[in-house]
Design a protein around this ligand. Structure first.
Ligand code: SF4
Length: 206
């Protein structure tokens, strides 16, 4: 398997793998696939780790919480651009299937939908502490790597960070927006992403 790490374990969450690019008040999303949180062994060591997979792999296997899986992956080359530790996965195998949960209450643990569904639904910002406490197992949660172009006249000036979002029902009892996000720009300027941005992004659904 070359320089790949062999791993296996229990799926603890399946969330979309989406990268966000910001340039002051503009933003765009890159829909890369899915991120699996796995509790098991990586390189023979007990660990909980995140594995990035492509959209085709998720469409084929329909991974969900409780499945046992295995594979071999490379360590991520640039940790600023991925929320996972591993990617470029091969030999992905489902070794034990978990039944789909009957319970439909948050955090939602069914099969994660197609990436087009996330795109169509739009997201609201999600307080990082709430994500860490309640939303990590939820198919509607997402921790995105964010690449910020500080100056579009000098696009090499970039900053990186992570932001958490919710694509789920607006009625979810766990949801908290948290403080508004600020995006640095050229000449020390700052764009504040106010509540109306989230309202507009999700106005088409209840
Ligand atoms: S707030 Fe969003 S991500 Fe968190 S449990 Fe509710 S629907 Fe899921």
């Amino acid at each position: 398997m070359g320089g790949k790490v062999q791993w296996e374990g229990l799926v603890c969450s399946v969330q979309p793998r989406i990268r966000l690019t910001r340039s002051f008040d503009e933003r765009s999303h890159t829909y890369l696939g899915y991120v699996l949180r796995v509790n098991g062994l990586a390189d023979g060591q007990a660990d909980e780790f995140l594995v990035a997979i492509g959209r085709a792999a998720q469409e084929k296997h329909r991974f969900r919480i409780g499945d046992r899986i295995q594979g071999a992956s490379e360590s991520v080359a640039d940790a600023r651009l991925e929320s996972a530790s591993y990617y470029k996965t091969s030999g992905l195998k489902l070794t034990q299937r978990q039944a789909e949960p009957a319970d439909d209450s948050p955090p939602y643990s069914g099969v994660a939908p197609a990436l087009e569904v996330y795109r169509e639904r739009g997201h609201r910002r999600l307080q990082p502490a709430v994500y860490g406490k309640s939303c990590m197992p939820c198919i509607w949660g997402c921790r995105m790597p964010v690449e910020i172009i500080i100056d579009h006249w000098n696009p090499d000036r970039r900053k990186y960070r992570f932001e958490t979002f919710c694509y789920g029902p607006k009625s979810c009892r766990f949801y908290r927006a948290g403080p508004t996000r600020k995006v640095p720009g050229r000449k020390g300027m700052t764009w504040e992403e106010e509540d109306w941005v989230d309202e507009e992004a999700t106005a088409h659904r209840d």
